[in-house]
Design a binder for this molecule. Structure first.
Ligand code: PLP
Length: 401
């Protein structure tokens, strides 16, 4: 058989999916499983979104569409940006893609040559590392452990950017930690970014409509408009509108970058489908009550999860203020024995495995996000499952000898 390209040897299947598959298998075998593993919002968009999709089907043109995205969709994204506090962008600053992941992949192709460095905070969202590895970029990880609330601090960013990475990739609110940067923190990081003009800035802010406690959403461009010429904002409908399977994302940034991403689109996806486009426009332009209600629901669920982790001796859990994740540092369990199963917990992977086998609760080991002292809870499961799932986790820790 002829050889594969080298890059596919560097591509790995998602660690999150491996946990989710085991949970699914156990469930199929009849086990009672509470799944805290998959980062899906677990709600459906409003009825107006389905109505728009049906209407688009009836009026289907049957043609290829624009590589950049239809004008109506670009305009809907511009209005969405304005609502988030970002004015002064036009259609030529926007490009669309098959979800934020596709945009991030496209941007990495556009901005990074083999061997160029990309810097990001650790813990990171898994695909940041995977995409960089596939493209053979150099990865500069900036460790942000629980002791610094999983957040980047200005001195750390300054030192990292002094090494002139081509790209700095930032995520706010964060997956996996749920942490949110407040105005003063974003301002301080923006000051550092200003001092390092050789680096592109990508802000993956797909959870920016899920911010709690009135912290508000802030980004570098709002604080320092000078950064606009090298900052690319990435967003998607997946989490905000409960539409992960519809696959719609976009970027807003310099015209040259939007044009390059459009060129990439012209060479693989060609265009977003018409029906999807219509649904996306309806979600962005129609009533905004679903995302607003979900934000309130997730904040209450965050409180419920935190009440449990705050009560487990030895577990340190910085309080998230956004998205739908909690990322407790569970390293206090290492070296201890889970009495009922007799298994010794050596690592986060062991802990998640024993927790799943013994209590039927699926969480993702922090190793998947570059932080082996933690695990990730995604708390969007149906509400009646949340309290029992958390009670089982509490029970599990109480059983460690
Ligand atoms: N960025 C972050 C931080 C995410 O958590 C995810 C999905 O989990 C994505 C990007 C990808 O989102 P999309 O569904 O738009 O591709």
């Amino acid at each position: 058989m002829p050889q594969f390209a080298r890059r596919i040897g560097r591509a790995k299947p998602s660690a999150i999916m491996l946990v989710a598959e085991k949970a699914r298998r156990l469930k199929a075998e009849g086990r009672d499983i509470v799944n805290f593993s998959i980062g899906v919002p677990n709600f459906l968009p409003g009825l107006h979104v389905y109505a728009a999709a049906r209407e688009a089907l009836v009026n289907d043109s049957g043609q290829y569409g624009s590589n950049r995205g239809s004008d109506a969709l670009l305009d809907a994204f511009l209005a969405h940006l304005q609502r988030a506090g970002m004015a002064d962008y036009g259609r030529t600053n926007i490009a669309t893609g098959i979800g934020a992941k596709h945009l991030l992949y496209n941007l990495a192709e556009v901005l990074l040559d083999e061997g160029d460095a990309i810097a990001f905070a650790t813990p990171y969202w898994t695909s940041y590392l995977d995409i960089a590895e596939i493209l053979d970029a150099r990865i500069q990880q900036l460790p942000c452990g629980s002791e610094q609330d999983y957040k980047l601090v200005p001195q750390q960013l300054d030192a990292a950017l002094a090494m002139k990475p081509r790209v700095f990739l930032f995520n706010n609110p964060s997956n996996p930690t749920g942490m949110v940067y407040g105005r003063a923190e974003i301002e301080a990081l923006a000051e550092v970014l200003l001092r390092h003009p050789a680096t592109w800035i990508i802000t993956d802010d797909i959870y920016h409509r899920m911010i709690f406690d009135d912290v508000g959403y802030h980004n570098f461009v709002m604080c320092r408009p000078e950064l606009r010429e090298r900052t690319i904002f990435v967003d998607s409908l997946s989490k905000t509108y409960g539409m992960p399977g519809w696959r719609v994302g976009f970027m807003a940034g310099p015209e040259s970058v939007a044009r390059a991403v459009t060129t990439m689109n012209s060479n693989h996806i060609t265009n977003l489908p018409e029906v999807t486009t219509a649904a996306a426009i309806a979600a962005l332009s129609g009533p905004q009550d679903v995302p607003a209600a979900k934000r309130a629901e997730f904040q209450a669920k965050r409180d419920q999860v935190m009440a449990v982790f705050d009560a487990i001796p030895g577990v340190r859990c910085p309080r998230p203020q956004g998205a739908f994740y909690v990322f407790p540092d569970i390293s206090c369990a290492f070296g201890r024995r889970h009495a009922p199963s007799g298994r010794v917990i050596g690592t986060d992977v062991d802990l998640c495995d024993v927790l799943l086998d013994s209590k039927g609760v699926a969480c993702v080991p922090g190793t998947a996000f570059g932080e082996p002292r933690a695990l990730r809870i995604s708390y969007t499961c149906p509400t009646p499952q949340l309290a029992p799932g958390l009670a089982r986790i509490q029970e599990f820790f109480a059983e460690l000898a």
